[in-house]
Design a protein around this ligand. Structure first.
Ligand SMILES: [Zn+2]
Length: 325
């Protein structure tokens, strides 16, 4: 297929992104069990951050390479006047690249609509009340379904059903609300949106599902740690609250962008065991050391210096020529 200059650039950018993202994504997928073991040796909050960064790395790095290397090398070294033949599989890769964000956007819009619908239903069936242990008013929903969720991305609000409020003693209810408050301050609903927005390896194939499940588990543990804050009494209260809400028959996940107290009932036994075995210490206040920040700046500077080298741009242009034909 013969394409003019600008269309060839778009085609090459799309194909480069798709192939690089596929290679990095497959590597991340293969490394997920090892990453999960490594995360298991970290504090949950740090582990959740590490796993989220690993999930977003293929897409972020591919965008960086396409914008910082492929595009400038093409603009600087490709003769503007020529019409060149582009191979069919290059065009196909570019088309696949376009479908990836399209699927992500559709997924996000659906998730946002379901979550907004859920919040609206809860607000219609409930009212705001002040509960002991929470300074801000909480939406309490009448009805028989037992649940406690944190809903919303911009202004997350806590929604609890009446059966949960009635069943939990004050200490347990306060511990459960502190757990949801931890999700609010670490913006876990926004991170769920990022996970939905991050492209898959192939359209309709959730190749990162295992990594996302491990992230969700550590996000829950981090919220448990924040809620407990090293206090053994709170630890027992939270474990009791989790068991009580599970006994009421709470459904794990109401909507994709909503964090439920029992996010995954398969993880319930492990969470309770963790809370009762040794009191989790709050992992807040972990700050990146100055050395890590300096190392980050130095590596970024080195990469930038390499990227603007004429030899690098020329090599990349050579690779793009291979990709075209
Ligand atoms: Zn949670």
């Amino acid at each position: 297929m013969t394409l003019p200059y600008v269309l060839r650039l778009l085609c090459l950018c799309g194909a480069s992104f798709f192939l690089l993202h596929l290679a990095l994504g497959l590597a991340v997928t293969l490394l997920t069990p090892a990453a999960a073991r490594l995360a298991g040796r970290m504090r949950p909050r740090r582990a959740a951050r590490f796993l989220l960064a690993l999930r977003l790395f293929p897409a972020a790095f591919s965008v960086l390479v396409v914008a910082g290397l492929c595009t400038p090398s093409y603009l600087l070294l490709e003769p503007a006047s020529t019409r060149e033949e582009v191979s069919l599989w290059c065009v196909l890769s570019a088309l696949l690249c376009v479908t990836l964000p399209a699927f992500s956007v559709v997924r996000c819009v659906r998730a946002a609509r379901r979550s907004l619908g859920y919040i609206r239903c809860c607000q219609l069936a409930g009212r705001q009340e002040h509960l002991a242990g929470e300074s801000a008013p909480v939406w309490v929903v009448e009805g028989s379904a037992p649940f406690m969720v944190l809903a919303g991305i911009v202004r997350p609000r806590l929604i609890v059903s009446r059966p949960v409020v009635n069943a939990l003693p004050v200490r347990q209810l306060a511990a459960a609300m502190r757990h949801e408050h931890a999700h609010r301050i670490s913006r876990d609903n926004f991170k769920r949106l990022l996970l939905l927005l991050a492209p898959d390896l192939f359209p309709l194939w959730r190749g990162f599902a295992q990594l996302e499940r491990v992230w969700a588990r550590f996000a829950e543990w981090a919220a448990d740690d924040y809620a407990v804050a090293g206090d053994s009494q709170r630890s027992v209260s939270l474990a009791s609250a989790l068991v009580s809400v599970a006994r009421l028959g709470a459904c794990p996940q109401a909507a994709p962008l909503i964090t439920s107290l029992l996010a995954d009932d398969r993880d319930l036994a492990e969470r309770v065991d963790r809370l009762l075995r040794d009191v989790p210490q709050e992992s807040g206040g972990e700050r990146r050391s100055v050395a890590v920040r300096i190392a980050g700046i130095m590596v970024s500077g080195l990469l930038l210096a390499l990227m603007v080298q004429p030899a690098t741009l020329s090599s990349v242009h050579g690779l793009l020529e291979h990709l075209t034909h």
